[in-house]
Design a protein around this ligand. Structure first.
Ligand SMILES: [Zn+2]
Ligand SMILES: [Zn+2]
Length: 642
């Protein structure tokens, strides 16, 4: 009697997004990754079910050897992701069963290279920390799992709670996954996990070489490493007997994947925890409105051994100096005299965000994308969307005038101004340009930790989870940058950024925070200055309820791109009409990207899966015509930016 199994080929083609029936030997069960022949080519395939019947009239073939084994819960998880995010089982299974390479010779795990020495464990926990750990552990003991929001100011000791919860999971023979948004920016946190758990920690993130990732996964699969620390894709680590998932800085948008399958690691964490009876803990000083409304909350309270720093708002409408106003210069001067440290945030890379002609009024733009080119210190204009670059022209290319003005300021200009005004402060820049090389981020942060009289200046990266003692001043150079974005999360993001940066200073010393803005009365700025998280979230939830935004409804975003402006709009109009009574915004044109004209529809719905499925069916029916017109389409469930 031949055993038959349903196998999904791990290919990206949508046309092959269905199960195929193969003969499998005994011992091959759900979760096996096997070699299969498909249309003459050799592919990998994921076994999702055994003991199935062959469709009538189909001659079945036998599978080849088994190349990998995935925990069955991850197979279930992948099928759910394919369905919820409108992807294919093959693509989703490829997330949980990445391609394996040949094993390397013994090499040390990459954790040592990527971590900085962590702080030693505290002698004892605060009563709030004790209570938090107890609550998580009782979830481990009942085996019923659950989702908890761990809410506490920066410095309130969330990492220690994760560490204790991981210890408790290990004591019970369970594994743990700890997600962090950008691991390269949190080398100290990694150091604390390594100090506590040694080689039982595996590290998984995109900054590792492929061979390193493969070795780390192997250590996890074999049970050698029971605690996985990593970026969003670590949620797919082959941990068996998963008891605990911690999602640190749960508000961070980098948990969303921006290519198909467009999964959100926070949503996937909740699903995986539910499938395995694990406890999921979401930690943040500035939780998402979604989590605040939905999750059971554990409050850690304020920071340990101190209060949050006072925040001073500098009204740029009354100040002449930009990017360095007189109050900011005065504060930096104090830092220099005291041989202290400061952190400056300016959420724009480069020297100047735009080169503007005073004579004809034109701004130099990317020929492929509808955005201004950014001037960089190497004298080139660069497009931050597509990477195009050209030498900065000495004269206006449109009218020949030499009157080219540099509008605004970027991190590189800030660096120059600091050099001119406060040469005694060492400038250490942290932005995407500075960390292009692997390992550069840990190096930069290590240098800042070790240097007296230093300024760490950079984009939102400087506000991420790293901690330094003795930061006297944290300043936001331009708090308005994010507020102008046409996104319903613009206020939430601005509030989070300011509050997170404010939490960076004065962890050990009394720090100061300074916020430069043209809109001192804007709600997120005013409430961030008072560290009033509950009030901000209450207002935000009220607004979202009125407008039907998450968490009250889900969003599904559909973007069509094509060679001309009109066709994407027309395709979306037809789609909108076919979707019928759904609550749909648009179509609205978007910025051109890499020469492609784009437009989007945004649907608000209580049933995202149903709507996405309906849209996918309509788009599939229209796909031959769309292909002829050169149109491409993306369906994004629970998008991060709308
Ligand atoms: Zn001109
Ligand atoms: Zn471009």
């Amino acid at each position: 009697m031949t055993r038959l199994a349903s196998v999904y080929p791990l290919v990206t083609t949508r046309a092959l997004a269905r199960p195929f029936t193969y003969e499998v030997p005994d011992g091959v069960e759900q979760g096996a990754v096997v070699e299969v022949r498909l249309g003459g080519a050799r592919q990998r395939g994921g076994v999702v079910e055994t003991g199935v019947e062959a469709p009538a009239g189909i001659a079945t073939a036998a599978v080849g050897r088994t190349v990998d084994l995935i925990p069955p819960a991850l197979v279930e998880l992948a099928l759910w992701i394919a369905d919820y995010y409108g992807s294919t089982p093959g693509r989703a299974l490829a997330l949980v069963a990445p391609l394996k390479r040949a094993r390397r010779a013994e090499k040390p795990p990459p954790g040592a290279r990527e971590s900085l020495a962590g702080e030693p464990p505290p002698e004892r926990l605060s009563p709030e920390q004790e209570r938090a750990v107890e609550q998580i552990v009782s979830g481990l003991d009942t085996g019923r799992g659950g989702n908890l929001l761990l809410y506490g100011a920066t410095g309130s000791g969330k990492t220690e709670v994760y560490l204790r919860a991981c210890e408790a999971a290990l004591e019970r023979g369970l594994g743990a996954i700890v997600l962090v948004p950008e691991i390269a920016l949190t080398p100290q946190a990694l150091g604390r996990f390594r100090a506590r758990f040694g080689d039982r920690v595996a590290l998984l993130h995109s900054g590792l070489s492929e061979a390193e990732r493969r070795d780390e996964r192997e250590r996890v699969a074999q049970g050698e490493a029971r605690v996985v620390v990593g970026a969003r894709s670590a949620i797919f680590a082959p941990v068996r007997g998963l008891g605990l998932v911690c999602v640190d800085e749960e508000h961070d948008p980098s948990y969303k994947q921006d290519s198909d399958p467009r999964y959100d690691a926070r949503t996937v964490a909740a699903k995986r925890a539910a499938l395995e009876g694990a406890v999921a803990v979401y930690g943040s000083a500035t939780p998402r409105p979604e989590s605040w409304e939905r999750l059971e909350r554990i409050e850690l309270g304020g920071r340990l051994g101190g209060s949050l720093p006072p925040v001073r708002i500098v009204d740029l409408r009354r100040e002449a100096g930009y990017p360095l106003s007189a109050p900011l210069l005065a504060e930096l001067d104090v830092v220099a005299q005291r041989r202290g440290k400061a952190i400056l945030l300016l959420n724009r890379r480069g020297v100047a965000p735009a080169l503007h002609c005073r004579a004809c009024g034109r701004t130099r733009r990317c020929g492929q994308c509808d955005v201004a080119l950014v001037l960089h210190a190497d004298g080139r204009l660069r497009c931050h969307h597509c990477g195009y670059s050209e030498p900065a022209p000495p004269l206006c290319p449109d009218c020949g005038s030499p009157e080219l003005a540099r509008l605004g300021a970027g991190t590189q200009r800030l660096e120059r101004e600091l050099e001119a005004r406060l040469p005694e402060l060492e400038r250490i820049r942290l932005d995407a340009d500075a960390v292009a090389r692997p390992g550069a981020a840990a190096e930069i942060l290590g240098r800042f930790a070790a240097t007296e009289r230093a300024v760490l200046l950079g984009t939102q990266m400087v506000a991420k989870g790293h901690h330094f003692s003795g930061v006297d001043l944290a300043a936001v150079v331009d708090a308005d940058t994010g507020l102008g974005l046409p996104d319903f999360r613009a206020e939430e993001r601005t509030f989070q950024l300011l509050t997170q940066l404010a939490g960076r200073s004065g962890r050990d010393a009394p720090g100061r925070v300074l916020v430069q803005t043209f809109q001192p009365d804007a709600r997120p700025i005013e409430l961030a200055a008072r560290h009033d998280v509950p009030r901000f979230l209450a207002g935000e939830l009220e607004r979202r309820r009125a407008l039907g935004y998450p968490p009250f409804r889900h969003l599904v975003r559909i973007v069509v791109a094509g060679p001309s402006p009109e066709e994407p709009l027309q395709a979306l109009r037809e789609l909108r009409d076919a979707l019928g009574d759904a609550d749909v915004l648009g179509p609205a044109p978007l910025l051109r990207l890499r020469g492609r004209h784009r437009a989007q529809l945004v649907a608000k719905t209580a049933e995202p899966r149903r709507l996405a499925k309906r849209a996918a069916q309509l788009l599939a029916a229209a796909s031959p015509a769309m292909r002829r017109a050169g149109l491409t389409v993306v369906v994004d469930v629970d998008p991060q930016a709308v």
